[in-house]
Design a protein around this ligand. Sequence first.
Ligand code: GDP
Length: 291
Amino acid sequence: MSCQENNSSPMRVLVTGGSGLVGRAIHQVVTEEGGAKDGEEWIFLSSRDANLMNKEETKAVFEKHKPTHVIHLAAMVGGLFKNMKFNLDFWRNNIHINDNVLQAAHEVGVVKVVSCLSTCIFPDKTTYPIDETMIHNGPPHDSNFGYAYAKRMIDVHNRAYFQQYGRCYTAVIPTNVFGPHDNFSIEDGHVLPGLIHKVYLAQKGGTPLVVWGSGSPRRQFIYSLDLARLFLWVLREYPEVDPIILSVGEKDEVSIKEAAEAVVQSLDFKGEVVVSFGNYSVLSQNEYLAL
Ligand code: GDP
C-alpha cells in the first residue's frame, strides 16, 4: 500500500521514547552527524515529558509541539521474565500508548508516523525466510503474547488510518538492536549487553563467563546508529504503509556462540567460558511461573 504525504515545509519531528537505546542513537545521528536538514526541528520526548498511557497528556504534548512527523519508539518493554509474568500489563499499557500516540498524531495533522515494532511479533510457528507479509499468519510465541499482539496492532492502526484518512503511518521491524546506552541489566537486557556485563564481572571476580543456552541459536544484530540512519531513510523516503524489516543481510547472521566469542575477544577476556542450560531459555512458561 503506497501512500503520499503532503508536506513541503521543513519537518518538525517528535520522537517518543527519545531517551532509549534507539532514541538516543537517532539523537546522535541528527545532532552530531548532520542527519537533520536545514530548518528541521527535532524534539525528543522522554517519560518525564508526558505519560503516553494517558490520553489527555498525550494530546497536550502533541498540541504543544505540533509535529509534522513522528518517530514512535515509546513502549513498555522488559526482558523475558517480566514479559512472562505481566502479559496483561504489556498488552494494555502498549495498546493505550499506541492508540493515544497515533490518534493524537492524526488529530494534530501529523503527515507521517514511523513506529517501531519487534521481530518477536512474528508467528511462533513459521517458515523461513520470514518477511513482512507474514506478521499476522499465526499466534506469536506464548511467553510474551501481550507485548507481541500490542505491537502487531500498530500495523492494524496504520492500515486503518490509511484506509479511512489516507494517512501515511507506517512501521519498521528491527532485528536485535545493540549499542551505546543499551540496557546492561543481566536479567532484563538482551544478549550482547548481558554478555558484556557478564564478562566485566567475570574479569573482576576471576570467575567463568556463563553463556546461557546451547550457543547455537542465530541472530541478526543491528547497531543502533545504523538503525538510526535507516529510521531517517524510512521517515524521508519509504512510501509504504506496510512495515519494513530493518536488518543486516542473512550472511551477517551470527550464532550466540560467535557473538559470545566476539565479546570475549573485544574485552580480551582470558578466563573460562561455560555454557549453561539452567536459564530461562529452557524453562517453559509454567515452569517459570511455578518458581
Ligand atoms: P532475543 O533475540 O529477543 O531472543 O533476545 P536475547 O538477545 O535476550 O537472547 C538471545 C539468545 O541469547 C537466547 O537464546 C539466550 O539464551 C542467549 N543468551 C546467552 N547468554 C545470554 C545472556 O547473558 N543474556 C541474554 N539476554 N541472552 C543470552
